[in-house]
Ligand binder design. Structure first.
Ligand code: BDR
Ligand code: CA
Length: 306
């Protein structure tokens, strides 16, 4: 069992990844750190705790992090994820208190207490992670690896931008933070739109029917979230759960190794993640293909379990 910390901005697909992690024996969640991204950080922090409470997992600590990207104000994605960031799912407001430390301090403490044992799964903008790495330059080498959802690498026909024509949302939102993380020396597995936008990995209304039959709390929440996405966006994009899946079944994704340049600044190419087949300060493992049906089967089998 791998010890993981989830750094996230829930967000519908972040919650799908969280539920997948809670239902998977391969990972043990030591804590969640929340960041501004899909929604303001107060909302992403509330959403993490709403979901944990509903699933009887409130003992997992949630530490709130950055309210804004390093150099700019947040531009959230509530228009995509719904006014509460979770498709108006109706879960009650959380009563569980936040962990009494900032996200980056909490993350650093966990890693320093268990050097070489913790995997960081980052499925939001990388602001918290960049803060942690700047405050503790030894941290990247003490993590087993960083698995992140972010980027668009033009490795497949789907590897184009979703926030701009060229840039993916998480990287675009805090390109400066992504630049720090991608050059930190950490062992990085980057799962980008090249694979998460593969239509074969999109959860459609056929799968939704199967989920709706099951009446467990997890299946009911997943059905509600997926239904919102299917209704407003045609099918449910599984960006963040696909990133997590690489820790559950490595055969779901293929990776190539290459340098990656993250474009910073405020020009048209902000947030572009450019593959450098020679050069680059370090090699990044970049997802180049996903077995969509296999991933969806894995996701469903975990979600539909008692
Ligand atoms: C990423 O952006 C967010 O909206 C999703 O939660 C995912 O992490 C996809 O570009
Ligand atoms: Ca996310």
């Amino acid at each position: 069992m791998r010890k993981v910390v989830l750094d996230m901005d829930p967000g519908i697909d972040d919650v799908l990844a969280l539920i997948l992690a809670l239902k998977s024996p391969e990972v043990q969640i030591l804590g969640i750190t929340t960041v501004a991204g899909n929604a303001p950080v107060e909302m992403t922090s509330a959403n993490a705790r709403r979901v944990l409470k509903y699933l009887g997992a409130s003992s997992i600590p949630v530490a709130a992090g950055a309210a804004n990207p390093l150099n700019r104000p947040l531009e959230d994605a509530l228009s995509y994820h719904g006014p509460d960031g979770l498709g108006s799912c109706g879960l009650p407001s959380p009563r569980t208190p936040l962990y009494p430390a900032k996200a980056w301090d909490f993350l650093a403490r966990l890693v320093l207490d268990a050097p070489g044992e913790i995997t960081l799964v980052a499925t939001g903008p990388l602001t918290n992670v960049a803060h942690a790495f700047e405050l503790h330059p030894e941290l990247p080498a003490l993590l087993t690896r960083v698995v992140l959802m972010g980027g668009a690498y033009t490795l497949t026909p789907y590897g184009k931008g979703n926030r701009t024509p060229f840039a993916e949302f998480n990287i675009w939102q805090d390109a400066e933070a992504a630049h720090i993380v991608f050059n930190s020396g950490a062992d990085i597995f980057a799962v980008g739109l090249d694979v998460t936008m593969d239509p074969a990995a999109c959860l459609n209304s056929q799968y939704l029917k199967q989920i709706k039959i099951r009446r467990t709390p997890a299946a009911r929440l997943v059905a509600q979230l997926v239904e919102y996405e299917v209704k407003y966006h045609g099918c449910c994009r599984m960006h963040d759960p696909i990133a997590l899946a690489t820790l559950l079944d490595a055969s779901v994704l293929d990776f190539i190794s290459a340098g990656v340049e993250v474009v910073v600044g405020n020009d048209w190419d902000r947030g572009v993640t450019r593959i450098l087949f020679s050069g680059g300060s370090q090699s990044i493992h970049v997802a180049s293909a996903v077995d969509g049906p296999r991933f969806l089967k894995l996701f469903l089998s975990r979600i539909l379990e008692e």
